[in-house]
Design a protein around this ligand. Structure first.
Ligand SMILES: [Zn+2]
Length: 285
């Protein structure tokens, strides 16, 4: 079960063991934190203890292990501190740009994909699958019912390639191309600076959290049952958390491309539509 009766949070410095306890508004409430998180938190509880004698009744305090401000100052050189702060700023700058571009693209995705699919030809499909359509489908003069069956099989085998092709083509045409060009102009410098900083730190960085900040307690999903608000008079201190970036992956993610755009073509454009397009193209050929 991924729910836990959560009353608050205990930030704990892994270096000096200093703790900051924060109560959540509403007191102990069933909060969805994810299966993995529940088992991890129960282990922490076992290890570090809980403020109340009966957390199953009075609510658990989730442990959050980082480095307190003082230890962070001691642990990290001035140069690295500067780099980590820059890395953090650059990532949020590029992510903001990416978010805006993604949103703008998704608003016009339906129309753009629609016009690309309308203009598809059998040559396009051949390009998409890297082979001749008729070479794959066989004799184009066979009976219609048999041909439909062949097309169904063809779509089963090739819909992913065709989807990817349509998406690439959509990204290469205005107005989406304009948005992408602008995104690339805006992010070219920040991304290259970010990558050179990450090179120096070997992908390592730190993120900081304020102890009184609102938090989504489930890393993977966002919903009201996972977001908890610290009480108004919660202590505000900063804790630091090491993060390690997989630099090639991050680079690929930040270079907004059709294949990683976050537009779920599958939701609006699937095998059914590809089947219809194929029938239209083949039967009218
Ligand atoms: Zn400390």
């Amino acid at each position: 079960m991924s729910f836990m009766l959560v009353a608050g949070k205990i930030f704990r410095c892994a270096e000096c063991q200093k703790t900051v306890q924060v109560d959540y508004e509403g007191g102990p409430l069933e909060t969805q934190i994810g299966d993995m998180a529940v088992s991890r938190q129960l282990e922490y509880s076992e290890h570090f203890g809980q403020p109340s004698a009966d957390p199953y009744e009075e609510g658990f305090y989730l442990y959050d292990l980082g480095a307190c401000q003082e230890c962070y100052e001691k642990l990290v050189s001035a140069d690295d501190k500067e780099r980590y702060a820059q890395i953090f700023d650059l990532i949020s700058k590029v992510e903001t740009e990416r978010g805006q571009a993604d949103e703008a693209i998704s608003l016009m995705a339906d129309d753009a994909i629609g016009s690309v699919t309308l203009s598809l030809t059998l040559q396009d499909i051949s390009k998409a699958i890297g082979a001749s359509v008729y070479g794959t489908l066989g004799d184009k003069h066979r009976a219609a019912t048999k041909m439909r069956r062949m097309i169904t099989g063809f779509v089963q085998d090739h819909s992913n390639q065709i989807e990817a092709y349509i998406l690439e083509k959509t990204f290469a045409e205005d107005p989406i191309k304009q948005i992408l060009d602008q995104y690339r102009d805006e992010t070219l410098q920040p991304i290259s600076l970010l990558l050179s900083l990450l090179n120096i730190t070997q992908g390592k960085s730190f993120q900081k959290k304020h102890t009184n900040a609102v938090e989504n307690l489930n890393d993977y999903i966002i919903a009201s049952t996972m977001v908890r608000y610290p009480v108004d008079d919660a202590i505000d201190e900063v804790f630091y958390y090491p993060v390690e970036y997989d630099v090639p992956n991050l680079k690929q993610y930040l270079e907004l491309k059709a294949c990683n755009s976050g537009i779920s073509v599958r939701s609006q454009f699937g095998k059914k539509q590809i089947g219809e397009i194929m029938e239209k193209l083949v039967m009218s050929a």
